[in-house]
Design a protein around this ligand. Sequence first.
Ligand SMILES: [Zn+2]
Length: 108
Amino acid sequence: MDSSTTWTRSPRRRVSCTGCGLVYNLDAKPPTNTGECDRCGGKLEVRADDRETTVHSRFIEFRGSTEPLIQYYGSMDRLARIDTTGGIDEVGKRVTAVLDGLLGIEAG
Ligand SMILES: [Zn+2]
């Protein structure tokens, strides 16, 4: 999974009310008045967790901690790389195929 995929999957199109905490998904459920809570009239802000920089720095951190494992298992020929683009079903089938291969199960 590259960082651009992570970004498009992240729920960064969300804002929450600073007054009552209600969360709005700007694609699915936008507030009636931009920047204002429908329930209490409070100010809407992008949640810190959802900011692109937070997601991006998490990805950098993830790479930093997994890279040594990739090197280690790769050097022992015990690393399977699975393409994580596509839907859950698609990726799930790829994971299952790899596991079946390891367990010696015939596909079908
Ligand atoms: Zn509110």
